[in-house]
Ligand binder design. Structure first.
Ligand code: SF4
Length: 283
């Protein structure tokens, strides 16, 4: 059995056994709603749910900017995961919002990523080691956002692998020989939307080369955006001079003047997104 020793207390713990216990102790009669991202944490979480013998259904939310290799991997190795299409494609959403998503105004996360579990208990694979923001999350928490969104019932979120370190996840995957997306062996540390505004410019530029068709769709959409709203939309018209300029800025190759940045800041203040990128998904 996989165990790890606490550096301070010297005590041994077993992350897998702890996770299985949490899953079994909180299993609702209707089963869990497991938010699945296709990444390594989802794979570990789903495996634990299977070992726990609890009832669940797993859902992947298609964003339309998903890495194709991730979708193929899920089709082959996780065919029981439901691939759910939302109301919006990323392209329609950008046109609807009349601005590109930005690091601070990541409106796409709430539309494309958040899972509506209809009041059921939501399982995620978020881990404290992933970010300082995630380190503040509890293993079992009440979802205030569901109340705000007027879901019929209040909802619990359970993050059963929150305490796991990266080594715990990879330790399980390697020990149990669980299939995982090859992208991890090709330099990707986390898997998510292609050209996400939250990643570094260098990473986005690398993805642009790897997935040129998706990058071309972003450019096309930004040009369409400017063509339709470039004159009338206050922040858009004052921040950029063309759709290509939006794309080059988005890719980190074009800097804004202080005045342009000011108008972008105004838009971001109005549309500030405090999501922890993949707030609801299983890592
Ligand atoms: S992960 Fe990035 S691109 Fe995907 S929905 Fe969230 S902010 Fe948008």
């Amino acid at each position: 059995m996989y165990q790890k020793q606490d550096l301070f207390t010297g005590k041994f713990s077993d992350p897998v056994a702890d996770t299985i216990r949490i899953l079994q102790e909180n299993e609702p009669p209707e089963g869990y709603y497991l938010a699945y991202s296709g990444g390594k944490d989802s794979i570990a979480l789903k495996w634990c749910a299977d070992q726990a013998g609890v009832k669940y259904d797993a859902h992947y939310k298609i964003t339309t900017v998903d890495p194709p290799e991730l979708i193929y991997h899920m089709r082959e190795y996780a065919p029981d995961v439901s691939q759910d299409r939302g109301e919006w494609s990323m392209w329609n959403l950008i046109l609807h919002k009349k601005m590109p998503p930005t690091r601070n105004a990541r409106y796409c996360c709430s539309c494309q990523k958040e899972s509506s579990s209809g009041g059921r208990i939501l399982l995620t694979g978020i881990r404290w080691a992933e970010s300082p923001k995630r380190a503040k999350r509890a293993i079992i928490e009440n979802d205030i956002r569901a109340h705000i969104a007027n879901e019929k019932k209040s909802r619990l979120i359970i993050n059963p692998i929150a305490p796991w370190a990266d080594a715990d996840v990879w330790g399980l995957i390697r020990q149990k020989r669980l299939p995982y997306p090859a992208l991890y062996d090709q330099g990707f540390k986390r898997l998510g939307c292609v050209l996400c505004p939250l990643v570094s410019n260098a990473h986005r530029q690398m993805e642009e080369k790897r997935w040129p068709k998706i990058a071309a769709m972003y450019r096309w959409t930004f040009n369409k955006l400017y063509e339709i709203y470039g004159r009338e939309h206050f922040a858009l018209s004052r921040t950029w001079k063309s759709g290509d300029a939006i794309y080059e800025w988005y890719m980190g190759r074009l800097k804004l003047s202080p005045e342009q940045q000011y108008y972008l800041d105004l838009f971001e203040m109005e549309n500030f997104g405090d999501e922890d990128d993949t707030f609801y998904e299983a890592g």
